[in-house]
Design a protein around this ligand. Structure first.
Ligand SMILES: [Ca+2]
Length: 454
């Protein structure tokens, strides 16, 4: 069934006609939301995978209509911004659980929330601000620090890839064909930085890519050489945003994330890439608000003056509160994951957040009874395209088993999306700070534990 929840949240609820498992599943929405995507496939801000498993489900448009990369709906509408920030979560919960109760004649026995990207941010908001609502929470690729990831990093990625004459420098047409060679060269540089030369970059933050080592173009430009102009952009992309005093404001593109740039940051002739839309839109409509005029673009963001001006929006929209004590005390379980090669929503914010919760609540040993983070080497942003490494798992089943049994997941078996072209078939994803273990297929029956990590 479809409808609208006050003040203006469009929704679709799908409830099993038979074989209801007695539970409720509420989905988040990605980007700036703006549409009810009830038929979206996979596990990223979707309901059909939960529906197939017998859950009563609901998904929403986040409280407004608009495009995924366009936040113009926020202009002059603080109520819509608050709904998008976090208020939509309990408003949807109240209606979704009531619909379920009326339809089946009994309330759901368990309630879950799941989302990726902005939906992952909503998941964290649910744990932080509404700790009693959900028995279990799934959050992947979460843009926890939305104000800086969107406003600072998003603006930087656009600005340093734009020429003085206003043209985009790296585009899909002129650069996508070079990404495989770039990825291979960066892997060569960074593989061993995590301590193991296994062809996998498992600690991208430990490697500073040196673009001077990349093959230069000489007489003829090929798919595997890089011009000085290209290297200039690459250096800044890997380095990340800095102000004019040279202070680091936010990290840069993860080493190993290159293949995903074509999805998020390389414009083609017809269309601005979604990552470039998202960044410009944050500062204009959410971050700087009434202080900017209608002609404002990402090119206008000032890295000296503007980062502090994002604080008010960050207070509302960022999901960085490390105190999950109320969620823990309510008995909730929180399964978080993040791709280490996510160039859109940098994985370090999930890692840093996990560390902050640990610091706030007695250390990793104390929090892992209710909160676990699984980082996934090679995985990009919410399964946007295959990584070539194991990255497919069923987070709903993992979480549900945790909630029902009380036993936290010690490992998650992930499989490659397309085994025919994958470099490695299977991996054990391990709770942070342990690293994933990559398995030859023949070893999967025997290798069944994550190395101890403390
Ligand atoms: Ca390695």
């Amino acid at each position: 069934m479809q409808g609208t929840i006050e003040p203006d949240i469009g929704f679709e609820a799908r409830l099993p006609i038979s074989d209801w498992n007695g539970k409720y599943y509420q989905s988040g929405c990605g980007g700036y939301c703006g549409a009810v995507l009830a038929d979206k496939p996979g596990f990223s801000n979707t309901i059909n995978e939960a529906l197939k498993r017998g859950y009563a489900t609901i998904t929403t448009d986040g409280g407004h209509e608009g495009g995924l990369g366009d936040a113009s709906w926020a202009e002059g509408d603080p109520v819509a911004v608050e709904v998008y920030a976090h208020r939509g979560i309990p408003l949807t919960y109240d209606v979704g659980t009531e619909l379920t109760r009326v339809y089946y004649g009994q309330p759901p026995a368990r309630e879950y929330f799941g989302g990726c990207s902005n939906g992952g941010r909503m998941a964290a908001m649910a744990a932080q601000r509404y700790p009693a609502l959900f028995d279990g929470i799934l959050g992947g690729g979460a843009v926890l620090n939305l104000s800086f990831n969107g406003g600072v990093y998003g603006s930087w990625v656009v600005q340093v890839n734009t020429s003085d004459s206003g043209e985009r420098i790296l585009t899909r047409q002129n650069f996508a064909h070079k990404l495989p060679a770039l990825e291979a060269a960066v892997r060569e540089q960074c593989d061993a930085s995590d301590g193991t030369s296994d062809g996998v970059i498992s600690a991208p933050r430990d490697c500073d890519v040196d673009v001077r080592e990349l093959a230069a173009c000489t007489a003829e430009e090929t798919d595997s050489c890089f011009t000085a102009t290209e290297k200039g952009v690459l250096e800044k992309w890997y380095q990340g945003p800095r102000n004019s005093a040279g202070e680091q404001l936010y990290p840069g593109m993860p080493a190993g994330s290159e293949r995903y740039w074509q999805v998020w940051f390389l414009d083609d002739q017809e269309q601005v890439a979604p990552g470039n839309q998202l960044g410009g839109s944050y500062a204009k409509y959410l971050g700087l608000g009434a202080d900017v005029d209608s002609a404002y673009t990402a090119m206008d963001f000032n890295f000296d003056r503007d980062p502090v001006r994002l604080a008010a929006s960050g207070k509302l929209l960022d999901a960085l509160d490390p105190d999950l004590g109320a969620f823990r005390d309510a008995g909730g379980k929180y399964l978080m994951w993040h791709g280490l090669a996510d160039p859109l929503v940098l994985p370090y914010q999930s890692i840093d957040y996990y560390e902050s919760v640990a610091a706030s609540l007695g250390g990793v040993d104390a929090i892992e009874a209710f909160f676990r983070l699984f980082v996934i080497p090679g995985h990009g942003h919410c399964w946007e395209m295959p990584s070539g490494l194991p990255e497919i798992f069923d987070p709903i089943t993992v979480l549900d088993r945790w909630v029902e049994s009380g036993e936290a997941p010690e490992r998650i078996l992930a499989r490659a999306r397309d085994p025919a072209v994958a470099e490695i078939d299977e991996a054990l994803l391990c709770p942070y700070p342990a690293r994933a273990v990559f398995l030859p297929a023949t070893d999967s029956a025997t290798a069944n534990s994550c190395s101890r990590r403390h």
